[in-house]
Unconditional design. Sequence first.
Length: 270
Amino acid sequence: GINAEYGDYLKYTNRNMVNKISLIASLCYWLFIMQCNSANIGKLTFYGNGADSGGTCMLNNPTASLATTMKTVAIGGYASSKCGLCVLITPLGTGTGNSDFPRRQPFTAFVNNQCPECPANNLDLAETSDGVWDISWDVVDCPTTGNIALQLKTGSSIYWTEISARNYNQQLVSMEFLIGGSWVKLNREPYNYFKYTTQVTPPVQVRLTSVGGNQILYTLTSNDYNIIEPKLIDTGKQFSSSGSPPPSSPPPPTSPPPPTSPPPPTSPPP
């Protein structure tokens, strides 16, 4: 009868509404994921060729082979944890100044300095040029070759250790010593050396951890404590794979198939 047909019509309407809500929710989730994957947006300025001298991070380019090919940058919102990052910089073609920068192709640069006057997400390129230019940038693996190296700061000894890592291909987040069977995290100074102020008894096991959780181990010996900067200690190891890939994107939402329309309710007999 008409009541049954009207009930079928309500079911159809409710089902259609649920499908629309599901599609809207799926689209919102997809837009959220795209937002998470978006690059950093900021400004780029210049502070002169060769002006960094290793920068606040006390780091030169990762390997000598890159010294004349990969540019260095100072970063706004500085923290020593950002030292040694490689960033892929994409000019957006807008800004002000007299430079060919807005017409350049994307390029990779090495973070080795702070830019105190720069807001977060802004970069200051160690190059002689002019202007303030709009950019997007992402953290990428450094195109390094060879192994991670350690360097003991002048004045270091078994009684007071200041040690840095160099030539890592991913962001370095921590360095630890194995002391008395437990891992002890070393304090990272603003100038990018890790400090341990208690006497150690070599050999001491060192653990380095990347942003992606990759780890390498190295045993620091008594002989190593005689290798002071500028000399380097070769760990013989490198982080194994990218530690900061973009989150994997889900497949784009698909529209649910249109529901089959029920037959229109028939009019009751006169």
